[in-house]
Design a protein around this ligand. Structure first.
Ligand SMILES: Nc1nc2c(ncn2[C@@H]2O[C@H](COP(=O)(O)OP(=O)(O)OP(=O)(O)O)[C@@H](O)[C@H]2O)c(=O)[nH]1
Ligand SMILES: [Mg+2]
Length: 690
């Protein structure tokens, strides 16, 4: 198949917008499935995990392949809940185009903005589908306006709906000026009803005016008042979409099978093939300023990005990759340029929801799963060993909630460790650590639902009987002053002794993470031990000092030190660096950082006073308010996560169940002194009680 006829697309949107329902309909109308399954019945092909079916929501992204109008469409359905945002992140990194689904009633919801920003991050061209046109309150124009106002989407309708709510019967394609109704799973072309002739002409003129901004030919025809053919309009739209200049908007009601065939036509017409996306750019292995490019062709040297790892009970670990250039065959040796390791390609699979087909080679533009990768993790680049490069990786969201977990039976302890390691491997937004001091296992993730699903999987998939504590906030530790720390580690316990001596300067490094700088030249500490100091510091930073939370945002400068010819070793320098860091940390006015969330509350006007007052009491700061729908407002603000437990119940009570909210991580900020004292005291008391 020619690459021009391939579309790698993702479907992303706010929770419940209807992504999976759209996907199910696509499977039905392309003849891939003979029946449609509903998400709320737990019967959707794409939501095949047990946890998805029980809850009627999507948790993991799933891929499917289908055929439409002689094109192959590889489609990834993603979850809308913010707790599973890593699934959107990794999908967007490897697709060529996106269908953004909006609910015709809700319009631009908080997560619509989140996924929009994610798509911006990876420069993914998109089209929009305004779904649920059949629902009470559906408003197509308002949804388009909101896309322009809040997303800066440059949204242009290429369709207008005929009717709305109960009377929604079909759509009119304004490029071709054709009207369709949908009945008994068929689309029927009808004459444009007279009352729509005027609106169709206006919409078509608007489209032409918009395209004239980007397209010289259209501009010329427009000013010369020459007839612009549908073909010309379509091509101009396609180009503008691929260049991210406009977002074409379509509409329908997936649940009622309205508009899906036209959406499929639009995917083929307006979203890019791998060829349209063009060359992929990667960095040189030695010089980050230098770049390399690869054409999307089988004749180029191989380059691919690993974006997902899944543990399959039958074939073992599957590593999903997107091939950007070159060909992959069984047994081939490839290079992981992120981990600096060679890998051998074992088996290659093409994946369709939960089914797989074994293939023996795959080429540019394809998305396949590999079995047999040993070192490769999410976000790693795989390439031709002779032609190396590093591709842009995947942004990993921060885990802000944690939970203590233990097995009911002592003998299961090891099994828990293994199970957690597997889950961490699959999901970079999930973390697990074992605190040697307290002998506790702590898991952390994006939110309460994320951890709930993990615990469920431990019980279900790994057959582990586990107990968990209450969810709590994952604080971080950092310093606020510059200090120097000088420590000598010297031990003489019979046989070989241990000796290491380091002098470091520690500086606050707000927002810039951990940095390690070595100033020693001339061998006061031999070169081979310079990395040992770094290693030791990293270990103690992971473990935390003030209250067992990871230390972040510290710059460590190794100034000086001494060593011993016989007694110095890698281990001695690691231990020395840990103690040296610990002592310095205590002197450097250490503080806790707390995760602060961006919150959006949608509420009818009458509850605004109560809701704002309540947020203020939770140490929240209101940033803005804007009209959401008639008679309701959207309140946007920042609020510390630790103040938000139990919020959903309280919000429900305050608003008789009529307000809703969503929040996502914003950034780590200093915990106010008075609060820090209380937090530390509580943590200490918990430890004593154990
Ligand atoms: N009235 C109406 N309901 C719809 C339509 N499309 C989807 N729904 C319903 O909306 C609910 C959510 O649909 P899903 O397809 O699961 O939504 P989703 O976007 O995949 O949700 P997440 O994956 O959990 O983010 C289900 O009950 C669907 O039946 C539509 O066009 N009209
Ligand atoms: Mg879904």
């Amino acid at each position: 198949m020619s690459l021009n006829k391939l579309r790698n697309i993702g479907i992303a949107a706010h929770i419940d917008a209807g992504k999976t329902t759209v996907t199910e309909r696509i499977l039905f109308f392309t003849g891939t499935n003979r029946k449609t399954g509903e998400t709320h019945d737990g019967a959707a092909t794409m939501d095949f995990m047990k946890q998805e079916q029980e809850r009627g929501i999507t948790i993991a992204s799933a891929a499917i392949t289908c055929k439409w109008d002689e094109h192959q469409i590889n489609l990834i359905d993603t979850p809308g809940h913010v707790d599973f945002t890593i699934e959107v992140e990794r999908s967007l990194r490897v697709i060529d185009g996106m269908v953004a689904v909006f609910c015709a009633v809700g319009g631009v919801e908080p997560q619509s903005e989140t996924v929009w920003n994610q798509a911006d991050r990876y420069r993914v061209p998109r089209i929009a589908f305004i779904n649920k046109m059949d629902r009470t309150g559906a408003n197509f124009e308002e949804a388009v306006n909101q896309m322009n106002k809040y997303l800066d989407a440059n949204a242009v309708p290429l369709q207008i709906p005929m009717g709305a709510e109960d009377n929604f019967i079909g759509t009119i394609d304004i490029v071709n000026k054709r009207a369709y109704t949908f009945e008994n799973n068929l689309r029927n072309e009808i004459e444009i009803p007279s009352e729509y002739i005027e609106p169709v002409n206006t919409a078509r003129n608007n489209l032409i005016e918009k395209l004239a901004d980007f397209n010289d030919e259209i501009m010329e025809y427009y000013f010369a008042a020459k007839e612009i053919s549908s073909e010309m309009l379509m091509n101009a739209c396609r180009q503008a979409t691929i260049k991210l200049l406009i977002t074409p908007v379509f509409c329908g009601a997936a649940y009622r099978n309205i508009g899906i065939q036209l959406l499929l036509d639009s995917v083929v017409k307006y979203l890019p093939s791998p060829i349209d996306v063009g060359v992929v750019v990667g960095h040189d292995m030695n010089d980050t300023e230098k770049t390399h490019t690869r054409n999307p062709s089988n004749n180029e040297s191989f380059s691919a990005l690993a974006f997902k790892l899944i543990n399959d009970p039958y074939v073992g670990q599957q590593t999903f990759i997107r091939i950007f250039s070159g060909k992959l065959t069984n047994g081939m040796q490839i290079y992981n340029s992120s981990k600096l390791k060679y890998e051998r390609v074992g088996r290659i699979f093409r994946i369709k929801a939960k089914e797989r087909e074994e293939i023996h080679e795959a080429g540019a533009g394809e998305i396949v799963a590999l079995v047999g990768m040993k070192f490769t993790k999410t976000g790693d680049t795989l390439c031709d060993p002779e032609n190396q490069l590093l591709l842009e990786s995947i942004h990993i969201p921060v885990s802000v909630i944690e939970l203590k977990i233990q097995t009911v039976k002592q003998k299961d302890k090891e099994k828990l460790g293994e199970a957690l390691a597997k889950l961490v491997n699959e999901d970079p937004s999930f973390k697990a650590r074992f605190d040697e001091e307290t002998e506790e296992t702590v898991i952390s993730g994006m939110g309460e639902l994320h951890l709930e699903i993990i615990v469920d999987r431990l019980k279900d998939e790994f057959k582990l009987d586990v107990e968990v504590g209450e969810p709590s906030v994952a604080f971080r530790e950092t310093i606020t002053e510059i200090v120097e720390s000088d420590y000598k580690h010297s031990k003489q316990t019979g046989g070989k002794g241990q000796f290491a001596h380091t002098i470091i300067r520690m500086e606050p490094n707000s927002g810039n993470g951990y940095e390690y700088v070595n100033l020693i030249k001339g061998g006061n500490i031999p070169n081979e031990y310079i990395p040992s100091v770094d290693k030791g510091v990293r270990k103690i930073m992971d473990r935390g000092i003030l209250a067992g939370f990871p230390v972040v945002d510290v710059k460590v400068v190794l100034i000086d030190g001494t060593y011993h010819n016989v007694d110095s070793s890698d281990m001695a320098f690691q231990i020395c660096a840990q103690e040296c860091f610990k002592q310095g940390f205590r002197k450097a006015k250490p503080v806790l950082l707390e995760p602060v969330m961006k919150i959006e509350v949608n509420t009818p006007d009458e509850y605004i006073g109560d809701i704002v007052g309540n947020l203020n009491r939770r140490r929240g700061k209101i940033e803005s308010m804007r009209r959401y729908r008639k008679g309701s407002q959207k309140i946007i603000g920042l609020v510390p996560l630790m103040e938000m437990f139990g919020y959903s119940t309280q919000l429900r009570n305050m608003s008789s169940g009529r307000a809703n909210y969503s929040m996502e991580f914003y950034k780590y900020m200093l915990l106010p002194n008075s609060v820090q004292e209380i937090v530390l005291k509580n943590l200490e008391a918990k430890k004593q009680n154990k």
